[in-house]
Design a binder for this molecule. Sequence first.
Ligand SMILES: Nc1ncnc2c1ncn2[C@@H]1O[C@H](COP(=O)(O)OP(=O)(O)OP(=O)(O)O)[C@@H](O)[C@H]1O
Ligand SMILES: [Mg+2]
Length: 428
Amino acid sequence: MSLTQTQSISNQNKPYRPYGVARDLLYCREPEILMEGPAGTGKTRALLEKANLCAMKYPGMRALFVRKTRESSTESVLVTLEEKVLPTGWPMLSGPSRRQRQNYRYPNGSIFVIAGMDRASRIMSTEYDMIFVFEARELTEDDWESLLTRLRNGMMPYQQAIADTNPDAPTHWLNQRALRGQMTRLLSRHDDNPNVTNEYKKRLNHLTGVRRDRLYKGIWAGQEGAVYDLWDPAVHLVNHSDIPLEYRRIRSIDFGYTNPFVCQWWAIDSDDRMILYRELYLSHGLVEDHAQFIAKHSQGETYEATVCDHDAEGRATLERYGIETILAKKSLRSGIQSVTRRLKKEADGKPRLMLMQDCLIQTDHRLAEKQKPTSTCQEFPGYIWHRGTDVSEMPVMVNDHGMDAMRYAVVYLDGLTQNTLDVRVLGK
Ligand SMILES: Nc1ncnc2c1ncn2[C@@H]1O[C@H](COP(=O)(O)OP(=O)(O)OP(=O)(O)O)[C@@H](O)[C@H]1O
Ligand SMILES: [Mg+2]
């Protein structure tokens, strides 16, 4: 049975039209998927619709539906499953009450097993083709990895585990796992759910602090008072694409040893949009090694400038490896204002500063183990304003190494634009 056929069967009973990433999810065959987003975007419904389609398409498939506790599914996932997804009038809907349910059996032999991690032994004694974890942030990474070992029923051409969740702290294992590339991240948004009302969005918008960030904006947010509160992965993180030869390129460098040494490679398109397309973010390395690494990864490219932190010895070492640098303007406040201006979306819906999803050359596991950011994009949520009267206008200066390098790049570019304009005006 093709996906289109199964869709129409499902549509005869309970219509469902997937939008945005809900549609992508139906076709995605990646082994581990993270379906994340703010409250009420249709994540759970999308998972359940996929489960239903696969159950009909692949007779005899086994799917596991898990939450942290079995009980928590009763009034959430199973209500949507029974009321919105499972075809009306099918025998599987009669039988035990939702609370007592252990499974839903399809006439073609497919089955949904309902369980909780509170009784993991029941889950672990058998095998599945698909595992759906709802509100996955409640589970531990150990839970997730032990679930993955159960994915080997072989009744489908692919085996898959899908987690749905609202964002949590940036250091949460789900976010980290996706950042390491072990899970495919699908960003679900309110526009993907035709059922979302303005009333509902307004309610979420009135939440405060970190809850608003997570449940309204869908950001992995740790603390209140983010310096770059415009930061939104759905807007500023873009997929990989090749950088055309004619784009301007610059590099920016922030030194560090215990803290990471950061080198960012930026490309600037003809609309003055800057894109971080490559990044070195590594602690405990010698400048000499970094210099060789940077030179190796820069082969075949030319740069307008390499903007650099103030460290004479470090700069001299870079120069020995052919990396000529210019001094960064370190003005913090005006730099932050310039970055903020670039993060704003323009009329075409795009900002002027973006980061490629997979630009990090390699993950620094030492930093990851300490739950520290391992890339510039991970620094955004934790880059917060200092609380207190005397330094109220300053950011807290921890985990800000990518933030610094990014600011140097922005100040270089925007300052340069300004200078060019000045020269032009003067020349008239
Ligand atoms: N494409 C769609 N068409 C019609 N209704 C939809 C669609 N997607 C979701 N819904 C409905 O919107 C409501 C919220 O969806 P759902 O529970 O899947 O959101 P969620 O993202 O899982 O929310 P939460 O973050 O709170 O868990 C449900 O009643 C669901 O049936
Ligand atoms: Mg949900």
